[in-house]
Design a protein around this ligand. Sequence first.
Ligand code: SF4
Length: 461
Amino acid sequence: MKNSPPISYIFSSSIELTRTCHQRCAYCAFYREDAPLLAIEELLIKLDELSRKEATEVVFLSGESPQEYPYIQIELHRNGFSSFSDYLIRCCEMAIERNMMPVLSTGYIDEFTAERFANAGCVVRINLVAASLSKDGQAHQKARNRNPSTGKASIEALHKAGVPYSIGFLIGIGETEEERTRYINETGRFCTADPYLQDVRIIPFQPVSGSEMSNRPPLPYSAVEKALISAKEVFPVHHLSVPPHLFYRFPDLAPGGMNDLGSVPILTGDPTHPEYPVPSIETIKARLEKINLVLFERGTNCTPAAINRPEIAIALQKNRHDIEQRNSSGLNLIDNDHCFVCGNRNDFGLHIPMKESVKDGTCTFSWTPGPSFQGYAGIVHGGILSTLLDESMAHAVMDGGIKVVTADIRVRFHRPSPVGISLKFIATRVGQRKNLHFARASVLLPDGTLLAEAEGRFAEI
Ligand code: SF4
């Protein structure tokens, strides 16, 4: 694999707008019968957060045609919109205002809707199926119009309206190998020369719990590889990707033509496949490096017409800067809110507001450990104390506006720390030599009794 072209990806994120969907595909656990619509105020908070974390792209997800449900109509009206398309257009504007390129993954598109998106600055994502699978017991038995021709009609509508789009082949949902290969070939002949086609994804089925097909096995490696090779033949110049979180052996697909990993939702995870965690950039990079492949971040998809719009040009310029920084950084330290100590999105985390606990190079907070954190009966486990001492020192150091990783820590336990009593942690930055920062921390009882102390060295990245 020496001298192979690099594998690209987009530093992406996703936001669920609504899970309401009438299709009820048997492989999907995303849809709900009565899911709410994300209010514009909540969307604003989510977008601001993603923008702070320098996402270059945001994928807006919804079920198909949610506006068919009267309660969604009411929610649209309450938010000041007369249609779901108007709402989506506003979502796109808000993303661009925050320097993120919008992608709409909101189901099939008709001509009228495609025209509405012509000036929204977005890319529309269409997922294609190779067979209708609408018979009893098949994947689309309950779906209304999920079939190869509606996918094709969406592509035609987007092309006619001049809207950039991305296609994904959903494979392994019950189609035969022959149907799969034929559909990929037909689609290739149909749109490979279309300037509005931005990239091509192969999406292998993975069982998700809560779906009707949760017991069905995923496709074997050879079938995924074959589909990819077929796609490469008909889409020889496009970005051709397989989502790394949905196919563990993704590096092995590079010789068959995979040259991209598509939009990797590093900051948010993939709400349609919550059981499949998105690997970190460092993990992806390391797995590719093992076979001498290089990973690099690319910009999001965009047509020349969109680039000429001033607000999009500004967003892209800002993105370019962030991408260059991430590509040139030896180690990408990305806060996706899943930190065990302070991440809000970690269901098993401690949810300690570390950032808010720091002032002038000192981090101070209190925490009351419950019995789940004990080692011997009634005594807090030394490992959890070490974790908090480490984290508090790192935050004290990072108060200087830098990012660090722990080089080493030394912890001395003086007394057993009791369960069920508020423990006070204090950490202070104490010095620096070149890119190595030093800190000390201690944990105390409310009466000031010293329980444990730590010293640490932290490497600036
Ligand atoms: S896969 Fe998409 S279209 Fe099918 S039920 Fe789920 S959200 Fe709806």
